[in-house]
Design a protein around this ligand. Sequence first.
Ligand code: PAF
Length: 328
Amino acid sequence: MSITRRSALALAAATGLGLCAQVGAQQAREIKIGYALAQNSHFGAGALAWADAVEKSTNNAFKFKHFASSALGGERELIEGLTLGTVEAVVVSNGAVSNFVPDAGVMDVPFLFRDTAHARAVLDGKIGEDLLAKFRARGLIALAWGEQGFRHLSNNKRAVVKPADAQGLKIRVTENQTHITAFRQLGMSPTPMSWPEVIGALQQGTIDGQENPVSVFTSAKLWQVQKYLSLTSHVYAPMVLIVSPSVWSGLNDAQKKAFADGARAGSLASRKFVDDIEKSAVEEIKSHGVQVTTSVDQAAFRAALAPAYKQFATKFGQKTLDAIAAVK
Ligand code: PAF
């Protein structure tokens, strides 16, 4: 075989995903990936699994650089950064994305999901896929839903069992209108705030508490700044794995598949991290002196939210809420 023919064949093999290792090693494109928590968290687990899968399946044509612990700013800045070009991939909580993709906010409706299996079935099914597709209209390429777990209420004033106990508490919420409406309805004073400001605000006492899954409570060591945790499970918190439009438009089909499959691997890794941490988190949190209330009267919280549910039905459509409830 002539040298020219041999190099033509080699070149052909190197197209698509088959970029040869040498080319990949020389020209690895850096993908800056940002997220709110430490690398040793469900966010980190998702980001690392995503990165690993893409790097391997593209023969190192891409190299992810991790910016954990809000190093590139709060989640709003991260999402904006995707279109501004300051970050190429993010793993962000749903609380933040509904400001960009309002329909995704339906996931933030309190007590929407029966349990984790229900939430995962919805996100992995048509409803979840249709919501991911809606990010495109905002120029965001959302590839998979990951998981944080169910959110619970913590504070420094008192144990919360029923809505009356929560009255008047000044609680940091995400910059999310559905959460704000729900907390106001429950008689609390919801204070929207970007995550990087939360620990300082708890230390200074400008807020009494916050609400997040135990995965976040342990990762951020919130026992250093919180005395009471009530397992309210009031909202299921998904997270989203998103890539920037400029990265996406530069990928060939095989590389797009590598990013999408990798995001799915990231999603599963985040769920596994949450499954594992939830087995031990409550004991760990208690061991740091936090009083954990497990006997929360969820039915009373749901009943107290009745007027807010009317607003949510108008905002997201009763049909959508019913379709989510109907998923087995
Ligand atoms: O509460 C929040 O802002 C989020 O759940 C998290 C993960 C702590 C930061 O994005």
